[in-house]
Design a binder for this molecule. Structure first.
Ligand code: ADP
Ligand code: MG
Length: 590
């Protein structure tokens, strides 16, 4: 028998070649029929394929990789259930404006509507949530992929989706991939001279100006321009949670530790790559001055004037173009460091920082959140000082994220990721894998842009609930020789978890369910679950930690390890932010 002569490449090969042409270095995926062929062809072309245990974490990773590298992260999944699980990443991409190219298999074209294997109308399902959703056909595979990649990337980033029928993946299309073209970065827009003059005049005469730096500025890699703007003008700045690091947290004009005073006192605010959504309290009076003028600079025109943004002052443009224009327009201007606003900020900073230091110094047994982060930070500072920028922090979980945000200063851009715009718990391990790929797989001057230096340690600060969403990805990390240092801050529950304090609730719960629930609260998780075994089961290292000495030792050893490490830190159960329940508000609180 002679082998069949194949004059043209299969669809799978064309897909892989198209991705290569687009400059794709890594695919985040979970294979099955029929997409496994695409993954194999991609691997054969030298593209890295990171095989996940669940499409949810996998799609989160692709979006985070998009954010870190500034180009769409690629996610490859099967049809039907694969797409449903990857919806999580689609929502994440949409909410955070992270670029992703999602490729999914689907049933054979001629079987549509017959109840075929994993059949689902993915294009209709995804259309409202993506920038482009298309189904490839035999003669337009590379065009559709290229176009979806471009759509995901240009303008405000989001998802481009291509549905790939099995007969097209496995078939022998006639199209020649050599005709496909790479996609260059989007053209960048600037501001018109009149608007520029108006905004500059307003900033020059402001009594209390402020620059807000968002994750759009981090994504845009606009750190050099923004730093010059701040240093030339002396205007104080406030980073959003993921805008941290665009300017060093240690910068004297950083108002993070005087956040409330900075927001409430500002009269003219330049918002660089941040939406006026819940993270910035909608620009509303509750947290901002009622007379504040909010000048938004955004790549997306529809964002301008939203909520309390000043539509007449907004600038549609790329931060990388607009900020240098502003620097020129503000030449010679220097904000008065002795202004009442600056004095109020200084006073607020001093007070808040002293309080934070006092809280961190409280020694308890079992340990509390502040104490834990203080020990981790001091131990890591010895081996990886923040100014070196060699550590990436990924943080999620209600209290774990909120409390750790101020405990770990970030000195360089894109070194901190968290639950983001959707407050999505479960992104952490996918993000850690993405950070490893962006920083440690690619050459430092490559996709992730000028890197501070060589390899980076990925440190995850996970609540026990947040960790639970994607626990199996520790195995993915081990399989690809990644060596993240994962702390599980274990209070045996969601938010404040379980606590004896609210036995009123326990009584209520066991009464209504006749004791069948065992009196568990909805926020309860397993008591002192041995999460560190997730690392041990696949060749990693686990540490079970109760005391500050044990935590220090585990942090030191964990940092040095070249395998995934899970440090299970048992803290005081019932610690952290309390939820207010109806019965408590009604006076049932003891
Ligand atoms: P944060 O969570 O930090 O507040 P958001 O995600 O809400 O930030 O906002 C980021 C904003 O940045 C988005 O509105 C997005 O359109 C915008 N953006 C992204 N890239 C650029 C760019 N290059 N220039 C200007 N704006 C940008
Ligand atoms: Mg918890």
């Amino acid at each position: 028998m002679t082998a069949e002569f194949i004059p043209h490449p299969t669809g799978a090969k064309i897909i892989a070649q198209t991705l290569q042409l687009l400059g794709v270095k890594v695919i985040f995926g979970l294979v099955g029929i029929p997409v496994v062929q695409i993954a194999e062809e991609a691997i054969a072309l030298g593209i890295r394929f990171i095989a996940f245990r669940n499409e949810q974490a996998c799609s989160y990773a692709a979006t985070a990789y998009g954010y870190l590298t500034g180009r769409p992260g690629v996610c490859l999944v099967v049809g039907g259930p694969g797409v449903l699980h990857a919806m999580a990443g689609v929502g994440n991409s949409d909410a955070n404006a992270f670029p992703m190219l999602l490729l999914a298999g689907s049933c054979e074209t001629h079987l549509v509507g017959k109840g075929a294997f994993q059949e689902m109308d993915a294009v209709s399902l995804l259309t409202p949530h993506v920038k482009k959703a298309v189904r490839a056909s035999v003669d337009d595979i590379s065009t559709k992929i290229r176009d979806s990649y471009r759509s995901a990337w240009y303008g405000r980033p989001g998802t481009g989706f291509v549905d790939l029928p099995a007969d097209i993946i496995q078939g022998k299309p006639i199209e020649d991939v050599a005709e496909a073209r790479a996609v260059s970065a989007a053209p960048r827009a600037g501001v018109d001279p009149e608007k520029l003059a108006q905004v500059a005049a307003l900033l020059r005469t402001a009594k209390a100006p402020l620059v807000v730096v968002g994750k759009g500025a981090a994504y845009a890699k606009a750190e050099n321009g923004i730093r010059q703007l701040i240093e030339d003008t002396g205007i104080p700045f406030l980073p959003t949670p993921m805008g941290k690091g665009v300017l060093p947290d240690s910068h004297s004009l950083n108002t993070s530790s005087a956040r409330s005073a900075a927001l409430k006192g500002a009269d003219v605010v330049l918002v660089l790559g941040a939406r006026l959504n819940w993270i910035l309290h909608f620009g509303d009076e509750a947290k901002w001055s009622s007379n504040v003028k909010l000048i938004q600079v955004d790549i997306n025109a529809e964002e301008i004037g939203k909520n309390n943004g000043d539509a007449d002052l907004g600038i549609v443009g790329d931060i990388n173009i607009v900020v240098p224009q502003l620097i020129t327009a503000l030449a010679g201007f220097r904000y008065d460091v002795t202004s009442p606003y600056m004095q109020a900020l200084q006073a607020s900073k001093a007070k808040n920082e002293a309080n934070a230091a006092k809280t961190a110094a409280i020694i308890k047994s079992p340990m509390g959140y502040h104490q834990v982060f203080d020990i981790i930070k001091r131990t890591l500072d010895k081996v990886s000082p923040p100014e070196d920028g060699n550590t990436v922090y990924i943080s999620e979980g209600a209290n774990t994220m909120d409390i750790s945000r101020s405990a770990f200063p970030i000195e360089h851009p894109r070194l901190r990721m968290d639950a983001g715009t959707h407050a999505t718990m479960g992104v952490g391990l996918g993000y850690a894998i993405a950070a490893h790929c962006a920083y440690n797989l690619l050459d430092p001057e490559g996709e992730s842009g000028p890197s501070v230096s060589g390899n980076k340690k990925i440190v995850c600060l996970e609540g026990d609930s947040a960790f639970g969403f994607s626990m199996p990805e520790v195995e993915t990390m081990a399989r690809y020789n990644m060596s993240p240092l994962i702390f599980v801050i274990n209070n045996s529950g969601i938010y404040h978890g379980d606590s004896e304090e609210e036995d009123h609730w326990l009584a209520l719960q066991s009464k209504t369910s006749k004791g069948e629930s065992g009196g568990l609260r909805s926020t309860s998780l397993g008591w002192e679950v041995r999460y560190e075994m997730m690392a041990e089961m696949c060749g990693g290292k686990g540490f079970f930690v109760r005391t500050s000495e044990e935590l220090e030792k585990a942090t030191e050893e964990g940092f040095k390890a070249d395998v995934p490490v899970v440090v299970n830190v048992v803290i005081e159960s019932g610690s952290g932010k309390k939820l207010e329940f109806g019965w408590q508000k009604a006076g049932g609180k003891k």
